[in-house]
Structures are given as structure tokens and as C-alpha cells.
Design a protein around this ligand. Structure first.
Ligand SMILES: C[S@@+](CC[C@H](N)C(=O)[O-])C[C@H]1O[C@@H](n2cnc3c(N)ncnc32)[C@H](O)[C@@H]1O
Length: 209
């Protein structure tokens, strides 16, 4: 287990606290109340979404590939009454049957997965037909000037953010990967450096493919 992964997990909640208080938690709360039935969250991290899920869920499976994050997540899951359990897996290789979930959730994860096309193909595979992905992701800027800065700073940011790509075109990956965007709000990640501020909060529906 790398030292940087341990450090990232240890500081994550403190590093994101200002963003959470300034609006990120409100986005999580508004989006996640839609999740029902059998739900898969990818890259659950330290469990920032747990407090926002409805108690009506049948089953909440949270995947997390990194040990230091998974340990923190396990402690938080123990403190809830949600029907939640953790599975150690990367989004690119989800150990679940085809068409077995009603909803998937990705918050600040599709920026970090090593192979976004593969991860999205896996989310598409495990969702039932018309199943939905609820997402909050920071993305490549529409403003060309900011996008150029994202390109310039992509490598150092990736190092700093444990693999996070500040210039990823996540919505385009979703559309190419067999999802229709049924709702999207373009916002800013509050209290964050400019290169990771452009934020999308939305719902993508799995098509019939
Ligand atoms: C920026 S954190 C976001 C954590 C949490 N989802 C949140 O909203 O606060 C990114 C998370 O993605 C996880 N991750 C990294 N690579 C991944 C992969 N290939 N598949 C799934 N999760 C991954 C990291 O371990 C980390 O927990």
C-alpha cells in the first residue's frame, strides 16, 4: 500500500470540508434521494455519500479499491442503519452480474479511474435496462482558457490528486458509452482550485444496447 494513498485517505475529509459546507453536500443530498432498489456506488472513498441515502434502499453495494479509503468507509458503514456492504473492486472490473442494479452512483470518481471507457462500460453492463447513473463529477472546462490551464496542469494535479484528471470529458464518455443524459446541471465545485471547479451534477440513463 503506497504512502501517498494513505496520506490522501487521511486528509480527504479535512481537505474537502470547505467544499462540502459551501454546496457539495447539498448537491449530494439533492441527487442521492432518487436512488432506490438495489444501488451500486463506485469509489465510495471515506463514505461522504452515506448520510444522504434513503433508508428505503433494498441493498447498497459500495466498491472501493484502495485499502486506506476502504477502512474509513467500513467504519462509517458500521455507524449507519443502511443495508450497505463494501466490495473491494475497481470500477473497470465490477464483480457483479449483468443487469443486476437499479441505480449506480459516481461522485468525484470518474475523474480518477484509470480507464473511463471501461469503467462506464462496466456500469452500463451491471445496470438494468433504463437503470440510472447519478453523478457528480468535475470535468473539462467549457471556457477554452481554463481548459488550456487544465491541460497544462494535468500531470502535476494527477500526482497531487492520486490519479485525478482535471481535464476529463466525462459527459462525452458517458454519451459514447451508451447513456442518455436525462438531467444535468453545470455548477462549480465550491472552494476548490479553478482547474477542478467546473462541475456536472446529473442523471444518465442506460440505453437499450
Ligand atoms: C476523489 S475520491 C472520491 C470519493 C467519494 N466518492 C466522494 O464523493 O467523496 C476518488 C475515489 O475513487 C477511488 N478510485 C480510484 N480509482 C478507482 C477505480 N479504478 N475504480 C473505482 N474507484 C476508484 C479512490 O480510491 C477514491 O476513493
Amino acid at each position: 500500500m503506497s504512502l501517498s494513498a494513505r496520506f490522501f485517505a487521511a486528509i480527504y475529509d479535512r481537505a474537502t470540508a470547505a467544499s462540502e459546507q459551501a454546496g457539495l453536500s447539498a448537491h449530494r443530498a439533492a441527487l442521492l434521494r432518487e436512488a432506490r432498489g438495489r444501488v451500486l456506488e463506485i469509489g465510495g472513498g471515506t463514505g461522504a455519500n452515506l448520510q444522504f441515502y434513503s433508508e428505503d434502499l433494498h441493498d447498497l453495494v459500495i466498491t472501493e479499491p484502495e485499502d486506506p479509503m476502504a477502512r474509513r468507509l467500513a467504519r462509517k458503514v458500521t455507524g449507519t442503519s443502511l443495508p450497505a456492504h463494501i466490495v473491494r473492486a475497481a470500477a473497470e472490473h465490477l464483480p457483479f452480474a449483468d443487469a443486476s442494479f437499479d441505480y449506480a452512483v459516481s461522485t468525484l470518481v470518474l475523474c480518477t479511474v484509470a480507464d473511463p471507457a471501461r469503467a462506464i462500460a462496466e456500469i452500463h453492463r451491471i445496470l438494468k435496462q433504463r437503470g440510472r447513473l447519478l453523478f457528480i463529477e468535475h470535468v473539462r472546462a467549457d471556457d477554452p482558457r481554463l481548459a488550456r490551464w487544465q491541460d497544462r496542469l494535468e500531470r502535476p494535479w494527477r500526482w497531487f490528486g492520486q490519479g485525478c484528471r482535471c481535464n476529463r470529458e466525462t459527459v462525452e464518455y458517458l454519451e459514447r458509452g451508451g447513456f442518455s443524459i436525462v438531467a444535468i446541471e453545470r455548477r462549480e465545485l465550491p472552494k476548490a482550485p479553478p482547474i477542478v471547479r467546473p462541475l456536472v451534477v446529473g442523471i444518465a440513463e442506460r440505453d437499450g444496447r
